[in-house]
Design a protein. Sequence first.
Length: 519
Amino acid sequence: MKRATLGMLLIVIAGAAGLLTWKYLGPKIFNRSQLSTSDSQSDMVRLSIGADNYLGYWFITSPEMIKAAARGGIQIDFKDDGGAYAQRLERFAAGEYDLILLPINSYLQHGQKHRYPGVITAAICESKGADGIVAFSDKVPGGQVNDLDNNRLRFVLTPDSPSSFLLDLTIADFDLQALRSAPPGWTMPADGSADVLKKLRKSEGDVFVLWEPDLSKALEMPGIRYLWGSDKFSGYIVDVFVFQRSLIGRKPELVEKFLDIYFRTLTIYAGNRERMIKEMSKSNDIKEQSITAMLDKIDWFSLSDNTRRQFGISDSSSGGRTVSEGVINTIIACTDVMRRSGTFSEDPLQGNPYLITHSSILEKLIARGGPVGIDSKVPLTFVDLTEEEWRRLNPIGTFRIEPITFQSWNNLLNADGKEKVDRIAQLLTHNYPDYRILVRGHTAPGGDEKANQRLSLERAQAVVQYLKAVHQLDSARLHPEGIGSRQALSKRPDESQRAYNYRLPRVEFIALEKAPRQP
């Protein structure tokens, strides 16, 4: 080969190598130069998050959070899947997301298939009215939750969503037998809450289960009645941060930094509500007045709420106050609902809810003086009522009827009866803490009715005494009543006489209207 030709070839090769070098290394060199001469972190880490546009998640994508995260070296990559929980878990299990945001019940349901690839590291918020059940007034004229127990009603809802879980827990907690045993076809599936609202406007159905902002729009329509929703109970619809187990193992400091920035963001916005409403309104394209109304339907959890109320972590900021494991209680309560509704045939966690929680990062945050915040919930104190005041309270609904059994020779609860009352106590303490409870005793028909009434009252009193002594329920929220055999139950279709007779002597727990909270 001639020297001139060889020289030209070498020049071409060198030029090509230079171009390739600039194409692939040039941007990195340029970026490094930019980073070294700016306030930006030089070691930005991308955090991929799977979620949806629920207002409860807004702080993660808020302007303040994005700025603070960037200053801390975290690039937030928020993916909105429109509420496709099953798909969210598929992608999470495949490693496409580092973190997912969703209600605990949805993680229990859709995470089982993937052997729960993540752990709950903190609670985000609780729905306090953002999910609800409405109906045409003429279809459910009574207005009580037990009036929904009618399989001739057509229910419109979104399957595998917080709406379907809301209906499931209502059926389970209030023992709506007609719905539990209803043949297929009593529910009409919809493609999201907006589609439910569309069907309501067309009168395609009788009862509708929606979430905000469609719930508020439905209640503006004439002839629509609000029956039941997440403002009526506690400890069920709780949204959480679920981080990849592998990320917790490899980069716990990244998870700790993210949560620290998040809780500091909450604190900043809590101190400037006007700014928060303006930015929420702008990013969601919703009027500020509507945003203000929606804020009352979501209870966000600060770092203090998480440690003291959700994960049972006691520290100097607790000030001697009682701590509780709200997240664990929610896992147990949701599992119980899904077992009784048929979603689960058995407990997927085998009785160990701690398999899907991880509290050590919260412990580190609180120990090093993280942004504690203010406890958002103060326990309600009940005042004593007279007999006349008890009679004037409006009933909300009757909880599931438990076959509570007593010792045959007296009116004391036997071992099985205590177990049943223990379960009711958990329900009243964690899921329905703001209601007064009428404990009503019944007997089977036959014999002297005065004696029956006395026996039913004594047994109701025994249950009340057990709830006060063992579970420390406020005595002012409990009222025993005995009515003998005057209110027999309706016999169920195909129920044997023996089974029917077994259900007649019973104790009912009736929720009365919520006690008002003091300002």
